[in-house]
Write a protein that binds this ligand. Structure first.
Ligand code: ADP
Ligand code: MG
Length: 609
C-alpha cells in the first residue's frame, strides 16, 4: 500500500486552527482588544460595521511593531510573549499562543498599519486569506491599527451560520464590556456603524462599572476587598435588594482576564444564601489576583476557562469575604421580595370610562400573514416562537391557521347559549378567578392570565395594523439608561410607537418620553421599560418578528390586571367576551392555561361516590 499521510499545507492548517479561535465576529474583537492591551496601549478604539460582518477595526496607541515583526505577527505560533515552555507557567500577558492573528488572516481580508515609537515611519500590510497582497512604508501614528474585513469570506458555512446582526452585536458588546471592565485604567471607545456606543474615560473601577452599566448602578454597589497569601480580591457586589430575576451582570476577572468559573460562581451565590428570594440572582464584579504560577489559563483556546491550584481555598475566601461585606454594609436583613402584587395595580380597571372604546378584533385577521407570504425563511424562524406557546395543545406539524380555527370553534361551542340570551352569570372568586356557566358545565378563568392574552393580541394587532391610542404627558418622563439600553430602545422605537409610546429624545444616556399608551400608568413606565429591556437582552431576539413578540408579551404581562383586583360584573363579562374573541384564548402569551372547564359529567362524578 502506498503512503497516504501528507502534511497539511499551512493555509489549510490555519483555517482549521481558526475555527477554534474565531467562532464569530466577537471572537475577533476579543483577540484584537487583548493584543492592544498586551501592547501597553492606553487608548483603544473599536470600530464595527454590520455587527462585525463587514468590518472590525481596532486602533491602539501601544508599542507598535517593527516591519519584520509586523510580517511575522501573522505566522502561526509567532509570539513575542513567551520564549520557553516555562514561561507558560508565569504568564502576565493575555496572549501567548501566537495563533490569533494567524487564524484571523486565514479567514478574512486584513489591513494592518503599525509604527513603533522609535521609528519615524511605519508599515502597512494587506493580506487576503493568509497571503500578503501588499506591503508599504507609510506615515502613521505610533501604535497599531488592524482592520478585519469580510470575515469568513472563504468559509461560507461559517458565514451562513452567523446569527442576525442584533445577536452578533450583542456578543461583541459583551466581549467589549468584559475587556473594558478588566481595564479601567485604559480608555476605550466603541463605534458601531458610525454611531458611538461607548466612550469610556480612564478611571477607577467604580467609575468604569457605572460608565458601562449606567448611573443608577452606583448606589447598588457594595465594595469587596480582601487580601490573603493566595489571593487578593477587589471589586463589588450589588445589594441583595437589587438582585435580578435574570442572570445578568456577573463578572469574574483573574489577573485582569475575564473568566467563567462555575465553582467560584457558586461561592458567590452561596454567600447570598438566605438573602435572595428564589429565582433571583446577585450581580457581581470580582477581581481576583493570584500568583501567575498558581493559575493555568492554557486549558482552552479562548482562555475564558482557567484552572486554579487552590480552588477550595479560593471558594472559602470568596464566600466569607462577601458574607462579611454584606453584613458590614448592613444589607443583611431580608428585604421584601414577595411584595404583594395585588397592592399595585398597573392601571385602574375599575375607573375605566363607562364607554370603553371596544378593541376591534377582526377574527379573520392574522397579523403574520403578510410576513408569511414574503420570505421563505419565515416558517422556520417563526416556529421557535410559536412552538413554545402551543406545545401543550398542538403537535409541531400543525400550522398556525389550524390553531386559530380551533380556537374559534372552542369559543363558539362554549358559549352558544349565551350569545343569544346573554343570561349567563359570571362570579368573581377570591378576586382571582372568574366563574361562568357554559353549555357543558362551567368555566373558571384566571383573570390575570386571561387579560395577558387579551392585551398581547391587542398589541400585536396594533403593532402590525392599527395605531394605538396615546396619552400625552403634561410633564415628559426622563429616564436614564445606559448607551446600550438606549440603543435597544432606539431599535424598538417604531414598535413602541405603534403601541402608543411617544419619544422626544433617545440620546446615549437620556430618554425623554412625552406620550405613553392609554392603559399605562405613568409610574409604571420605568419598571415596564426596564423589564422589557431585560427580556430583550436575555431572550436576544433572532429577528424583528421575535423582538416584536417579546415586546408584546412583556407589555401584556406588565399591564395585565393583577390578581386581587375586584371586578364588577360588567368588567367580568367584558373580560370573558374579549378572551374568547382572541385567536388563541386557551393560553397566556407565556403558555399558561388561561381557563379550565369543569364538565357536568365530572361534577356529577364527584357526587356519585
Ligand atoms: P499572541 O497574542 O498570542 O502573542 P497573536 O497572534 O495575537 O498572538 O499576536 C502575535 C504577535 O503580534 C504578538 O505576540 C505581538 O508581538 C504582535 N501584535 C499583535 N497585535 C499587536 C498590537 N496591537 N500591537 C503590537 N503588537 C501586536
Ligand atoms: Mg493575541
Amino acid at each position: 500500500m502506498p503512503d497516504i499521510i501528507q502534511l497539511l499545507p499551512d493555509h489549510v492548517a490555519n483555517q482549521i486552527a481558526a475555527g477554534e479561535v474565531v467562532q464569530r465576529p466577537a471572537s475577533v474583537v476579543k483577540e484584537l482588544l487583548e493584543n492592544s492591551i498586551d501592547a501597553e496601549a492606553t487608548e483603544i478604539k473599536l470600530l464595527i460595521k454590520d455587527a462585525g460582518k463587514s468590518l472590525i477595526q481596532v486602533i491602539d496607541n501601544g508599542i507598535g511593531m517593527s516591519e519584520t515583526d509586523a510580517r511575522l505577527a501573522f505566522e502561526r505560533h509567532a509570539t513575542s510573549k513567551i520564549k520557553t515552555a516555562e514561561d507558560l507557567f508565569n504568564l502576565t500577558t493575555k496572549g501567548f499562543r501566537g495563533e490569533a492573528l494567524a487564524s484571523i488572516v486565514a479567514i478574512s481580508h486584513v489591513e494592518i498599519k503599525t509604527k513603533p515609537t522609535i521609528k519615524e515611519l511605519g508599515t502597512q500590510i494587506k493580506l487576503e486569506g493568509s497571503k500578503v497582497i501588499s506591503q508599504h512604508t507609510i506615515a502613521t501614528p505610533t501604535g497599531t491599527s488592524i482592520a478585519v474585513k469580510h470575515l469568513f469570506y472563504n468559509i461560507p458555512a461559517r458565514r451562513n451560520f452567523l446569527k442576525s446582526n442584533s445577536v452578533e452585536t450583542r456578543h461583541i458588546i459583551d466581549e467589549f464590556q468584559r475587556v473594558a471592565l478588566a481595564h479601567p485604567d485604559i480608555s476605550f471607545s466603541f463605534f458601531h456603524n458610525d454611531g458611538e456606543l461607548f466612550n469610556l474615560k480612564k478611571g477607577n473601577l467604580r467609575q468604569r462599572i457605572v460608565a458601562i452599566l449606567g448611573s443608577k448602578t452606583n448606589e447598588k454597589l457594595v465594595p469587596i476587598s480582601e487580601e490573603t497569601d493566595i489571593v487578593k480580591i477587589e471589586g463589588f457586589i450589588t445589594k441583595p435588594n437589587f438582585a435580578k430575576k435574570k442572570r445578568g451582570e456577573q463578572f469574574f476577572f483573574v489577573n485582569d482576564r475575564f473568566i467563567k468559573h462555575g465553582y467560584l460562581h457558586h461561592a458567590v451565590v452561596s454567600a447570598f444564601e438566605g438573602l435572595l428570594a428564589h429565582g433571583y440572582h446577585p450581580s457581581y464584579f470580582l477581581y481576583l489576583r493570584v500568583p501567575a504560577t498558581t493559575l493555568d489559563v492554557n486549558i482552552h483556546p479562548t482562555k475564558t476557562e482557567v484552572k486554579f491550584d487552590n480552588e477550595h481555598a479560593l471558594y472559602a475566601i470568596i464566600r466569607s469575604t462577601i458574607k462579611h461585606s454584606l453584613g458590614q454594609y448592613n444589607v443583611a436583613p431580608v428585604l421584601d421580595f414577595n411584595k404583594d402584587a395585588t397592592l399595585d395595580v398597573p392601571y385602574d380597571f375599575k375607573q375605566k370610562k363607562a364607554v370603553t372604546p371596544k378593541i376591534k378584533v377582526d377574527p379573520a385577521f392574522n397579523p403574520f400573514e403578510t410576513e408569511k407570504k414574503s420570505g421563505s425563511g419565515y416558517r422556520r424562524e417563526q416556529n421557535g416562537n410559536w412552538d413554545s406557546l402551543y406545545v401543550n395543545i398542538q403537535d409541531d406539524a400543525m400550522a398556525i391557521e389550524n390553531i386559530e380555527v380551533d380556537a374559534q370553534e372552542v369559543s363558539q361551542e362554549l358559549f352558544d347559549e349565551q350569545v343569544s340570551g346573554r343570561t349567563a352569570k359570571t362570579f368573581q372568586i377570591h378576586q382571582k378567578y372568574i366563574l361562568s356557566v357554559i353549555k357543558s358545565g362551567m368555566v373558571l378563568i384566571d383573570q390575570n392570565l386571561a387579560h395577558q392574552r387579551i392585551l398581547y393580541e391587542e398589541f400585536l394587532t396594533k403593532i402590525t395594523i392599527e395605531e394605538a391610542a396615546c396619552q400625552q404627558l403634561l410633564f415628559p418622563i426622563e429616564l436614564n439608561f445606559t448607551s446600550v439600553e438606549a440603543q435597544l430602545v432606539k431599535d424598538m422605537r417604531s414598535d413602541l410607537e405603534s403601541l402608543g409610546f411617544q419619544f422626544e429624545t433617545i440620546a446615549a444616556d437620556l430618554i425623554v418620553i412625552k406620550g405613553i399608551p392609554m392603559l399605562l400608568k405613568e409610574s409604571e413606565v420605568r419598571p415596564i421599560l426596564e423589564e422589557l429591556l431585560e427580556n430583550i437582552r436575555h431572550e436576544i431576539p433572532e429577528n424583528s418578528f421575535s423582538q416584536l413578540d417579546i415586546i408584546a408579551k412583556s407589555l401584556a404581562k406588565s399591564m395585565a390586571i393583577k390578581n386581587g383586583v375586584k371586578l364588577t360584573t360588567i368588567e367580568q363579562e367584558e373580560l370573558l367576551e374579549k378572551l374568547f374573541l382572541c385567536k388563541e384564548p386557551n393560553h397566556s402569551p407565556y403558555g399558561k392555561n388561561t381557563f379550565i372547564t369543569l364538565p357536568l359529567e365530572e361534577i356529577q362524578l364527584k357526587f356519585d361516590n
